[in-house]
Design a binder for this molecule. Sequence first.
Ligand SMILES: N[C@@H](CCC(=O)N[C@@H](CS)C(=O)NCC(=O)O)C(=O)O
Length: 216
Amino acid sequence: MTELILYSFRRCPYAMRARMALLASGTRVQLREVVLKDKPPPLLAASPKGTVPVMILSDGEVVEQSLEIMLRVLRSNDPLKWMPETDQQLHTSLRLIASCDENFKQHLDRYKYPHRFNLPDGLANRAEGAIFLEAIDAILRSQSFLHGSQWGLADAAVAPFVRQFAHTDSSWFSAQSWSALRAWLQAFEDSAFFATCMHKAAPWREGDEVSYFPPA
Ligand SMILES: N[C@@H](CCC(=O)N[C@@H](CS)C(=O)NCC(=O)O)C(=O)O
């Protein structure tokens, strides 16, 4: 059978969430680490939009969105029970993820790289992003994880973005009153799961020896 392929970039938060879902579902893929400034032609041929992650299924189907990759692999195998159990819970998780992707991510980018957006600084966007983080902290005060009593889809989808926000100015982040959020993020960063997802891989070129995720 043809092996699954994942075009990925180690530090990309979208690719991180896809790799976490692959790991959680026990799905092995051929890993093709991409240099964003020099995307390999087979990636662009499969997915001309040119973002990562992109997963190629064994029948050649191309899955081009990180959340779609998560849902595909978890729907086919979910031993850790990362998928919400009810439609209502799935709806709640997807709403939170959409708020991260559609709103929080924009503020994160502007907070992190204000000059790219012709902004004098990222402070207004930091304040806007903080509204999402306050909401997450409130959820985490009432339940251990965004998914519920255990880590799941919403946690894996959102944590890589919260991590980037936190590391943009860690002293400022530590000074905020979000103790539940900080503990949740710290546990994620300290986990063996995270370490496996962040395993370093050399950039892939056509003809290279195959490397896999999860790594051997
Ligand atoms: N909506 C896409 C977004 C993916 C995305 O924007 N990835 C970034 C890297 S973090 C990318 O590939 N950017 C293209 C580039 O920088 O050339 C998804 O969820 O997969």
